[in-house]
Write a protein that binds this ligand. Structure first.
Ligand SMILES: CC(C)(COP(=O)(O)OP(=O)(O)OC[C@H]1O[C@@H](n2cnc3c(N)ncnc32)[C@H](O)[C@@H]1OP(=O)(O)O)[C@@H](O)C(=O)NCCC(=O)NCCS
Length: 175
C-alpha cells in the first residue's frame, strides 16, 4: 500500500525537540480552523510531554519527516478510544503549510496505518474530520476508510463539531 505514495516521506517517534513543530501545527489559527482553534502554550507543552511519554499499548505518535534530511513536516498518530461501546483506534494528522498539497499527509497516514496493522490491538481505526475539512475527508476516502455517516462530536472536549465518521478495517483488504 505504502509504495504507491511519495517515498520520501517518513515517520519517526515524537522527540524532545518537537515542541516548535507542535506549536506551528496546533498553536496557529489557520492550521486549527477545523479542529477547534489554536491551543495555548500551556496546553501545547502538556500535549508535547504526553506525546513523549505515550505508552505503546495506548497508540503511537509520530513526527512526519520529508527528504534525506528528514525535515519535520507534520504530525500523525493514533490512540485508544471508545466509540459506540467498542475499543477502537482514533487517528488524526496535521501537515505544515509549506508541505501541504503535495501528498505528504496521505503518504504519512498510509505509513501510520501500517504501524496500526502491525500492532494488531484493535480491528477498527476511526477518523472524525469536520464535514468541511475537504483535504482530510479526501485522505480518508483515498486510504480505504469507509464512511459510516455524519456525527456530532466534541473536539476539543466542550466544543461541538459536525464530523464524518470514517472507519478503516485494519484486518480488511490491504492488511
Ligand atoms: C489536512 C492536511 C493534513 C492535509 O495535508 P496535505 O499534505 O496537504 O494532504 P495531501 O497533499 O496528502 O492531500 C490530501 C487530499 O487533499 C487534496 N488537497 C490538497 N490540497 C488541497 C487544496 N488546497 N484544496 C482542496 N483539496 C486539496 C489533495 O488533492 C488530496 O486529495 P486527492 O489525492 O484526492 O487529490 C493539512 O491540510 C492540514 O494539516 N490541515 C490542518 C490540520 C487539520 O485539519 N488536520 C486534520 C484533522 S482531522
Amino acid at each position: 500500500m505504502d509504495s504507491t505514495y511519495r517515498s520520501d516521506v517518513g515517520l519517526r517517534p515524537w522527540a524532545e525537540g518537537d515542541l516548535p513543530l507542535l506549536t506551528r501545527l496546533l498553536g496557529d489559527p489557520a492550521m486549527t480552523e477545523h479542529i477547534g482553534g489554536p491551543e495555548s502554550p500551556e496546553k501545547l507543552l502538556s500535549r508535547h510531554k504526553r506525546y513523549l511519554e505515550f505508552p505503546e499499548s495506548a497508540g503511537r505518535v509520530f513526527a512526519i519527516v520529508v527528504g534525506d534530511e528528514e525535515t519535520p513536516a507534520g504530525w500523525v498518530g493514533y490512540w485508544e478510544s471508545e466509540w459506540l461501546g467498542q475499543n477502537v483506534w482514533e487517528t488524526g494528522w496535521s501537515v505544515l503549510p509549506e508541505f501541504q498539497g503535495r501528498g505528504v499527509a496521505t503518504a504519512a497516514t498510509a505509513l501510520m496505518i501500517g504501524w496500526a496493522r502491525a500492532d494488531a490491538a484493535h480491528r477498527f481505526m476511526h477518523a472524525f474530520p469536520s464535514v468541511h475539512n475537504t483535504r482530510s475527508n479526501a485522505i480518508c476516502r483515498n486510504l480505504g476508510f469507509e464512511l459510516q455517516g455524519e456525527v456530532d462530536i466534541e473536539y476539543p472536549p466542550g466544543t461541538p463539531m459536525h464530523s464524518n465518521d470514517w472507519r478503516l478495517d485494519l484486518r480488511g483488504p490491504g492488511a
